[in-house]
Ligand binder design. Structure first.
Ligand code: PHE
Length: 341
């Protein structure tokens, strides 16, 4: 038994001495000191010893256990220390490396154009509204007097979410007119910029997603003269005080009368050039007097109140403003392009 204990001690100490990692150390601990370990196995034989032999052997066994536990402790400390050193080495930071330069970005040209536009309208007492891009067809069409069967409601033009054609990606910002009528106190002066979606193929002037700004005024005694005066003032603030505007008759289901507004080409002063494709004028927006039926559907008495509204493509405005000839450049977010603004 004495020899057994001596052998365990020698084996264990040398094993603890050479162990390399925590998992292996734990295996050794179980093997030598565990409940079913070698030392316990020897101690279980103590019963067979005579009463005289037992104390000395007990003392020896305890001594061996203490030695083993000591060795286990120091082995475990050694392993921890080694792991820590390895970790510190891996995490060294070279504080002498120069810092990375922060690259300042710039505003997207479309946002700059939008900010200018908002400033002009805020200065005239308009509120800026934000609304959902996922819209009810009821607001995008029905409440805007575009009846069932209206061509713009067709599947080939509109992104619907359901076969019932009730939920859609808004195809215009005009449902914001309805939302404003439903939620704001009269009189109303608001603009509402945002994304709109139509099933268009992508080319230099078309994209299935583009940006519009809606505008609406409802008050007592509002006439077409207010529409023309306000929109001409806005065009002059954007393109210069000599800018001429032209209003052509048009049709929208939710305005009557309806019109489109052109601005005289700021590049050729109406003579005709590449920018205006030889026309001398550039089409800027659709507008009109709010249809009495639209007011009625919102619970507004068209005998007492009247209003006008407009909607235009913000991307186009930014393109004109910054002389960008391809719409795709606005959406691609190529830094080499955006850096120029
Ligand atoms: N919503 C129309 C369009 O997308 C524009 C418009 C807005 C026309 C408001 C009149 C009044 O073409």
């Amino acid at each position: 038994m004495k020899e057994q204990l001596a052998k365990i001690r020698a084996d264990a100490l040398s094993a603890f001495e050479n162990v390399k990692d925590a998992a292996a150390l734990d295996e050794l601990r179980v093997r030598y000191l565990g409940k079913k370990g070698e030392l316990t196995a020897v101690l279980k034989q103590m019963g067979r010893l005579s009463a005289e032999e037992r104390p000395a052997m007990g003392a020896l066994a305890n001594e061996v256990r203490a030695a083993l536990e000591n060795a286990l402790d120091s082995a475990s400390q050694k392993i921890e220390q080694a792991a820590l050193e390895l970790k510190l080495k891996a995490e060294t930071v070279d504080v002498t490396i120069p810092g990375r330069q922060v690259q300042m970005g710039c505003r997207h040209p479309m946002n700059t154009a939008l900010d200018e536009f908002k400033e002009i309208f805020i200065g005239m007492g308009f509120t800026v509204l934000d609304g959902p891009e996922i819209e009810l067809a009821e607001l995008n069409f029905d409440r805007l007097n575009a009846e069932e069967g209206h061509p713009s409601r067709d599947w080939s033009d509109t992104f619907y979410f359901d076969t019932d054609e009730r939920v859609m990606l808004r195809s215009q910002t005009s449902p914001m007119q309805v939302r404003a009528m439903d939620s704001m106190e009269l009189p109303i002066r608001m603009i509402a910029p945002g994304r709109v979606y139509r099933k268009d193929e992508v080319d230099a002037t078309h994209s299935p997603m583009f940006h519009q700004v809606e505008g609406m005024v409802i008050d007592r005694g509002v006439t077409m003269a207010d529409l023309k005066g306000t929109l001409t003032t806005v065009a002059q603030k954007i393109y210069g005080s000599n800018t001429k505007t032209r209003f052509r008759p048009h049709h929208f289901p939710f305005t009557e009368p309806s019109c489109e507004m052109d601005v005289q080409c700021h590049k050729c002063d109406g003579a005709g050039c590449a920018t205006c494709k030889g026309e001398g004028w550039i089409e800027l927006l659709g507008a009109g007097m709010i249809h009495p039926r639209v007011l009625e559907m919102a619970g507004i008495d068209p005998e007492e109140w009247s209003g006008w509204a407009f909607g235009f493509g913000l991307d186009r405005l930014a393109m004109l403003r910054y002389k960008i000839d391809d719409l795709r450049l606005i959406f691609e977010n190529d830094v080499r392009f955006l850096e120029q603004f």
